[in-house]
Design a protein around this ligand. Structure first.
Ligand code: AHG
Ligand code: MN
Ligand code: MN
Length: 317
């Protein structure tokens, strides 16, 4: 176990997980997802940017890259030997990839979040939510691990197993080596990332934006969930929201594939993650394609969002 505060830079992901005392099957699984990211990087950098001619669980048009990234991830998970079921944002149902045996995991993943940003050369990412056992329809608080890979100017991997948040960077040998250990967030935001159409915000969210602006909090929004969340985590300060909207009471972002993994990571860094009315990690999912409003980041700002929403009501949604 690495002594607190001390980090041995250049320690690679597998060794770090071992030294953190993680269970072997989980180490193998996280490293397999890290391996899959190398093939996804290749498809992003060189793949066809067109449409796949199919649609996903949400009825959204899929890009070739979505389908290709999904195939890469699913194959890697199916062959890992430690995964029972997988659910993909790009799939339509839970897929049994191996008969369940004790010690196996199940994974809900978004193989390529922000895929529509690739053709304008903005940063995108892969998100994974890991549960012990065969069931992915569990509240996010039951996740065994959550991680994302961010394909930006540098490729980084950020994970938590419930023992803090740790960041790794891909080196010239395509190995992930430790960059930051125990990422922590300040209580108050210095940047904010407001998703969704402002004209469809309800009064509580509009009041939050006005309060943030009045306090000199700067707007930083790329339209990609992974870089937008990564920015507030690595700066240690910020709030991201994709709120409930007039005409979309549950917002847009997906509970299993986006909210739960990001909520666990931000909470583990000392932040908070709310649907605007309650803790994301306590929502009990009934089906794969659930979406919820999302307010995530510095604890004081997320609390302020909940207060304004409670005071202003949610309008006629
Ligand atoms: P995905 O590409 O997996 O469908 O997710 C895109 C998400 C997320 O990355 C981002 O926060 C949000 O869509 C932006 O939505 P708008 O384009 O509606 O702003
Ligand atoms: Mn997504
Ligand atoms: Mn996606």
């Amino acid at each position: 176990m690495l002594e607190a505060g001390k980090t041995k830079f250049h320690i690679d992901l597998r060794r770090y997980l071992r030294e953190e005392g993680e269970e072997e099957a989980l180490i193998h699984l996280i490293c397999e997802i890290a391996e899959a990211s190398k093939y996804i990087i290749n498809s992003i950098r060189t793949g066809d940017l067109g449409v796949a001619g199919t649609s996903n669980l949400y009825g959204e048009q899929q890009l070739t890259l979505d389908v290709l990234s999904d195939r890469i991830m699913r194959k890697r998970l199916a062959q890992s030997g430690v995964v029972t079921n997988v659910a993909s944002e790009e799939g339509r149902e839970i897929v049994a990839v191996a008969p369940h045996r004790s010690g196996n995991y199940s994974v809900a993943y978004d193989p390529l979040d922000g895929s529509s940003l690739v053709d304008v050369n903005l940063a995108v990412g892969t998100i994974a939510s890991i549960y012990l056992g065969a069931d992915v329809l569990q509240p996010g608080i039951r996740q065994a691990a959550a991680l994302y890979i961010l394909y930006g100017p540098r490729t980084t991997l950020v994970y938590t197993t419930g023992k803090g948040v740790h960041e790794f960077g891909m080196n010239q040998l395509m190995e992930y080596t430790l960059l930051r250990r125990n990422v922590r967030m300040a209580p108050k935001a210095t940047i904010y990332a407001p998703g969704g159409l402002r004209s469809r915000y309800t009064a509580g969210t509009t009041r939050l934006v006005n309060e943030l602006e009045a306090n000199g909090v700067k707007l930083r929004y790329s339209g990609g969930l992974v870089p937008d969340i990564n920015q507030l985590l690595m700066k240690g300060s910020g709030i991201f929201f994709y709120p409930h909207l007039q005409g979309a009471a549950q917002g847009k972002l997906r509970l299993l594939f986006e909210l739960n993994p990001m909520a666990l990571l931000v909470e583990q860094a000392g932040g908070a993650a709310s649907t605007g009315r309650g803790r994301v990690l306590e929502v009990v999912p009934e089906k794969l394609d659930e979406v919820r409003p999302f307010f995530c980041g510095c604890r004081e700002d997320v609390t302020l969002a909940e207060t304004f929403i409670a005071q202003e009501g949610r309008g006629e949604l």
